[in-house]
Design a protein around this ligand. Structure first.
Ligand code: PMP
Length: 354
């Protein structure tokens, strides 16, 4: 605490990201990174871009990257916004669409950053309890609100909501902005991007961190009708005109263009996830059906916090959330087949010893 802090700084509870340990070599299954490297074309493009032109500012409109994303989704260029990770895009969305004091709805078990943005921008954040099996209670989102933010698939549960439910939420909330955070949609879900044509209140947010193996490059984007995108541009241009650097713009453009590599690596992750889910179920774990690159698991006889500590002691990092409803669950990112075999071996030993 410093006497120079503003009231906001004093009272905000910042988001705590998953550990990025230095020193000891861990098998890292705690932040949903992709086990496969980025496309070789991405690395080439970044090397090419690392030249004397770095003395100049990057393109503030991010035109080439926006065009690549627009082409990928069959949208217009004016329907795409890009930012420094989807966290930044989500952060901009709050002041772009919500006033201080506005009521917004989000699931009670979800990505905890939303609550932080709400506090930062003084938005009234109302958690909507998920059903017992962690599904989204769609009708609960039909009440009076100014905004809705839901990840689909949800995090950290991994559970996917059918696109018809997204449509139904949009249909009942014509006067609110509905943000669908699709950070994990490429691992088996269907994007709501196809609904943009029908709903001027829909903002779809995605990231290159997971399915395109670029967590380290920091690139995310939003898709929506021009009105929403212009709103995001106004906020961005009131904070920082150059959120993406020249290297990120070049790498991200190639990542979107290299569809074959993307399809190959995402399907490998999906296959591993299905195999690991079946093995975990065989070991007595409850496994929430996942459409993401992680699994959310719980064991009736083994306490999740103990499992977390024991795995860590054996060099394997997973994510444990000490929060209501989910404090007996672990979130485990899907690594390569070899990594997951090691995880399963160690977990089997621990479970047998308990
Ligand atoms: N949304 C969800 C649901 C996430 O889990 C994450 C990753 N922590 C993000 C957004 C942000 O991802 P990034 O900023 O790396 O694009």
């Amino acid at each position: 605490m410093s006497r120079y802090w503003s009231e906001i700084t004093k009272h905000i509870k910042p988001y705590v990201p998953g550990e990025q340990p230095g020193g000891r070599e861990y098998l890292k299954l705690n932040t949903n990174e992709n086990p496969y490297p980025p496309s070789p074309k991405v690395l080439d493009a970044i090397k090419q871009a690392a030249n004397e032109s770095l003395r100049r500012y990057p393109d503030p409109l991010c035109s080439e990257l926006r065009a690549a994303i627009a082409d990928y989704y069959g949208l217009g260029r004016e329907q795409v916004f890009v930012g420094n990770g989807s966290d930044e895009v989500l952060a901009f969305a709050f002041p772009a669409f919500f006033n201080p004091g506005d009521r917004i709805f989000s699931p009670d078990v979800t990505y905890t950053f939303y609550k932080v943005y709400a506090a930062l921008f003084r938005v009234d954040y109302i958690p909507i309890p998920l059903d017992e099996d962690f599904s989204i209670p769609v009708e609960m989102f039909f009440r009076e609100n100014r905004g809705i933010i839901i990840p689909n698939p949800n995090a950290p549960t991994g559970k996917y909501m059918p696109i018809e439910s997204v449509r139904s939420i949009l249909e009942h909330n014509r006067d609110s902005v509905v943000i669908i955070d699709e950070a994990y949609v490429d691992f088996g879900g269907e994007s709501a991007a196809g609904l943009i044509r029908d709903y001027p209140n829909l903002l779809v947010v995605q990231t290159l961190s997971k399915s395109r193996s670029l967590a380290g490059l920091r690139v995310g984007f939003a898709l929506g009708q021009e009105g929403l995108i212009k709103g995001l541009d106004r906020i961005k241009n009131s904070i920082n005109s150059y959120t993406l650097d020249r290297l990120a713009l070049a790498g991200a453009r190639e990542a979107i263009r290299d569809k074959a590599y993307f399809e190959e690596t995402t399907s490998k992750v999906i296959n591993t996830r299905e195999r690991v889910s079946a093995r975990l179920a065989g070991m007595g774990f409850k496994v929430i059906p996942s459409k993401t690159n992680f699994v959310f698991i719980s064991h009736a006889l083994c306490n999740a916090c103990d499992l977390f500590r024991q795995l860590k002691g054996k060099g394997i990092l997973v994510r444990y959330f000490n929060e209501p409803r989910i404090d007996n669950y672990l979130r485990v990112s899907i690594g390569s087949d070899d990594e997951m075999d090691r995880f399963l071996r160690v977990l089997e030993e621990i479970v047998a010893s308990l």
